[in-house]
Ligand binder design. Structure first.
Ligand SMILES: NC(=O)c1ccc[n+]([C@@H]2O[C@H](COP(=O)([O-])OP(=O)(O)OC[C@H]3O[C@@H](n4cnc5c(N)ncnc54)[C@H](O)[C@@H]3O)[C@@H](O)[C@H]2O)c1
Length: 428
């Protein structure tokens, strides 16, 4: 098929490259010219294992390219996937301005385009967006009727950063929320080689499945952190408790690691967005609000524990192992490291931070700060201080020699750190 993917961030670039791998002809579109130029030079703008190799392969083959020219991309393809950002807006309501802008622009292009075109929303959008916002905008700007001149579908993305290609190629399920049979059938054809379950539903339900999934996983993390905080007070190892719980097949061990909470571009904003959507229908989701509230302060438990051990942190050198919100990515959006470092700097500490992939992101976030130094080599970073906080569980930090003779406060259960002179975990 001929496919255009609009918005080439984490989801869009992975989607474009993977659809090319599946034998389609793909045009990626972004407003960011620098990003487009890099993609056309086979350079990925994000870190994701295996992505650059696949990008190179399809650039060389000629079945993938990037452009800033939306009109050309839509005119030359049959299906467009929207994968622009859907950040938090005012009072945590979802901000749909990027989705609406692309939709208006595509609507204008469809006005002049001959033949049928399918528009697929892959961005995470609150229930009702595809049918009550995207569809009417397309109709208004194209002057055509949905279902006749063009089709519309919602196809949520469930990939995890750090495992994005693996997840895209081998998903647990694919959810297709088409407005009609024709829209659904085109996506079924596109996904025909996938071995997983494919669920057909309406767009609103597809949208809600994505939010319900992320809200459940975020709540599971906050739940085990809640249990972990109680365990800490009772001198019980929360990891042992989680292990025992996870053996129950109704519960499963996944997303059951007590620690310093969830971050990233999805869980925090998506839970907030569905809480915001619930407000519109006069409902206050008690469990989701509690999951968010617990997550707010959980990263700062590392600081609380260190203060309990050594008192004031003013003038103290502290090493932070890990900046990305999880291993395998350079993404620092809503990363616990941001809260921890900001708080340490506010308290007057000197921070020495290291991460295998996220140093450039950290430079963008923190800029120049005289009490914050960033290091490529974790060994260099740990040499600068007696006190270490483990924030991201990269394999690079699973080395005993980093911790010998140190005071370690661990937010991620890195067993190798237990050789430290003093070791304490956030929930154990
Ligand atoms: N990151 C994830 O792990 C993940 C997983 C599943 C779903 N999602 C959802 O997918 C969507 C995209 O997320 P992301 O992390 O890839 O975002 P991102 O911020 O990394 O990328 C969005 C891209 O869209 C581009 N863009 C904005 N307006 C545009 C326009 N008018 N035309 C063309 N390009 C435009 C931006 O320049 C940017 O490159 C969001 O709704 C997100 O919630 C993300």
């Amino acid at each position: 098929m001929k496919i255009s993917v609009i918005g080439t961030g984490y989801v869009g670039l992975v989607t474009g490259v993977c659809f090319a791998e599946l034998g389609n002809e793909v045009i990626c579109v972004d407003v960011d010219k620098e990003m487009v130029d890099k993609i056309n030079s086979s350079i990925t703008t994000i870190y994701e294992d295996g992505l650059e190799e696949m990008l190179k392969k399809h650039m060389t083959r000629g079945n993938l390219r990037a452009t800033t020219d939306l009109r050309e991309a839509v005119e030359k393809t049959d299906v467009s996937f929207i994968s622009v950002g859907t950040p938090s807006g005012l009072m945590d309501y979802i901000d749909l301005k990027y989705v609406e802008k692309v939709t208006r622009d595509i609507g204008k292009i469809l006005k002049d385009k001959e033949g049928y075109h399918l528009m697929v929303v892959k961005s995470t959008v609150v229930p009702g967006t595809t049918e009550h916002s995207v569809l009417p905008i397309l109709e208004r700007y194209s002057g055509k009727k949905a279902g006749k001149g063009f089709g519309v579908a919602m196809n949520p993305e469930f990939l995890r950063e750090g495992k994005a290609i693996e997840d895209f190629m081998n998903p647990d399920r694919i959810v297709i929320g088409g407005i009609d049979e024709k829209s659904t059938d085109i996506l079924l054809e596109l996904y025909k080689d996938f071995k997983c379950q494919i669920m057909k539903t309406n767009p609103k339900t597809a949208e809600m499945i994505k939010y319900a999934t992320n809200s459940f996983l975020a709540t599971k993390i906050s739940f085990i952190n809640d249990i972990g905080n109680i365990c800490k007070q009772l001198d019980i190892d929360a990891y042992e408790v989680a292990k025992g719980m996870g053996m129950d097949s109704r519960i499963s061990p996944k997303f059951l690691n007590p620690g310093i909470g969830f971050g990233g571009s999805c869980f925090p904003k998506d839970v907030k967005a569905i809480v915001g959507k619930a407000k519109e229908v006069y409902y206050k989701p008690a469990i989701l609000n509690a999951a968010l509230e617990l997550n707010e302060l959980q990263p700062l438990k590392l600081i609380e524990l260190l203060e309990r051990n050594i008192g004031f942190l003013k003038g103290v050198d502290i090493t932070i192992l890990g900046l990305a919100f999880k291993p395998g990515t350079d993404d620092m959006r809503e990363a616990p490291s941001i809260k921890i470092i900001t708080s340490l700097l506010m308290k007057g500490a000197r921070v020495h931070a290291t991460d295998p992939k996220a140093l450039n992101e950290a430079r963008k976030i923190f800029g120049e700060h005289e009490r914050l130094k960033l290091y490529d080599d974790p060994m260099e970073a740990v040499k600068k201080s007696k006190y270490i906080m483990i924030v991201t569980e990269w394999d690079e930090f699973k080395r005993e020699e980093l911790y010998k003779g140190k005071v370690v406060i661990d937010g991620r259960r890195v067993d190798e750190a237990k050789v430290a002179e003093y070791y304490e975990g956030v929930c154990w």
